[in-house]
Write a protein that binds this ligand. Structure first.
Ligand SMILES: *[C@@H]1O[C@H](CO)[C@@H](O)[C@H](O)[C@H]1NC(C)=O
Length: 332
């Protein structure tokens, strides 16, 4: 760790990445660097624009470095104290996230995960056993408005904690967490520190596993899906219930009544909801099926927890993903 301002590298500047890049720049507590692919030119020339009722409107927020790849970031000679992953979580992508991050993760670099889903930490611990992994759930609405421009809406909150690495002392991990929390708060983020981040992530994935899967499989908003048959609610409850069972079999804490609460939260939205997975599918992009359905399913099978609904939804979404990736072969 440097004694001066920490160097932070963000990997992925879509909607969520843009919000947290802006928060870190606004904190004035760190140097903020970014690896950007499609929006490299815009970020390099104009900086980042964030429109937000919570953080205000900011144009031309400047990075200390904009790079096309992690190799380029590493070749700049900067050593990164934090590498923040705000890219999509695609567990089966080749090259893997760990492979991509290899050049920028050095001694003492803390990896921060701002990704959806569960099971994202394990491959990173395997690849970087001596690096701190901070894992977070992001609670915000955000969308990309154009190259280098994003909007933040609704509330914003970050729940973050250490995902403990066997080789490291809790004290060292805690110090790296504290500094990151301090910077994020200075930038205006509502940060909650959580000492059981795995339970937090699994509770969040109960929602995603159900609503992302049913909206994508049917290409309907949640209310339309639920209105189409009485069995739709039975399926929704079954999916959620299986994720709860798997999380508890892992020894994680899921509050009683979680499923009822999540059903109520969704059905109380008058016009129902689409989902990020549905957006991805419709846009022809790969979905985050592995971290949203795949990990719960595999953990269920490993622990002997029955997961028939997860098997059904996973296999359907995988087929839709395949269809997007193979439009010619997919013709009926
Ligand atoms: C992690 O640290 C241990 C002990 O210092 C060392 O033997 C090992 O090679 C390191 N592993 C990696 C991947 O850097």
């Amino acid at each position: 760790m440097t004694t001066t301002r920490p160097n932070v590298l963000l990997f992925g500047v879509g909607s969520i990445g843009s919000v947290y890049a802006a928060i870190l720049i606004l904190s004035k507590r760190c140097s903020v660097h970014v690896v950007a692919r499609s929006n490299y030119d815009a970020l390099q020339k104009q900086g980042l624009t964030l429109r937000s009722s919570k953080f205000g409107d900011h144009e031309g927020l400047r990075f200390d470095g904009v790079y096309r790849t992690c190799e380029e970031a590493a070749n700049s000679g900067t050593r990164f104290d934090y590498v923040v992953c705000s890219n999509k979580a695609l567990l089966d992508a080749k090259p893997s996230l760990s492979d991509i991050l290899q050049p920028v993760v050095t001694d003492g670099t803390a990896i921060v995960l701002l990704q959806n889903g569960v099971g994202v930490e394990e491959p990173l611990h395997e690849a970087f056993p001596n690096n701190t992994v901070l894992s977070a759930c992001v609670w915000t609405g955000a969308k990309v408005l154009g190259p280098g421009e994003a909007e933040q809406f609704n509330r914003e909150g970050l729940t973050i904690g250490v995902d403990h690495a066997e080789a490291l002392s809790a004290e060292q991990e805690q110090k790296q967490l504290d500094v990151f929390v301090e910077m994020s708060r200075a930038g205006g983020s509502d940060v909650t520190v959580c000492d059981d981040i795995q339970s937090e992530r699994w509770v969040k994935v109960i929602w995603n596993a159900c609503w992302n899967a049913v909206t994508t499989a049917t290409q309907l908003r949640t209310n339309r899906f639920l209105e189409a048959s009485p069995q739709a609610m039975m399926l929704s409850r079954a999916i959620m219930g299986e994720v709860v069972d798997v999380a508890r079999a892992k020894g994680l804490t899921v509050p009683d009544g979680s499923v009822d609460k999540l059903i109520e939260q969704c059905t109380s939205v008058k016009d129902g909801l689409p989902s990020s997975m549905l957006d991805d599918y419709v846009a022809g992009r790969p979905t985050e099926v592995e971290v949203i359905l795949g990990t719960p399913l595999r953990e269920g099978l490993r622990l002997g927890v029955p997961v028939p609904s997860l098997i059904a939804m996973y296999s359907i979404i995988k087929a839709l993903d395949w269809k997007n990736a193979h439009p010619e072969e997919a013709k009926i």
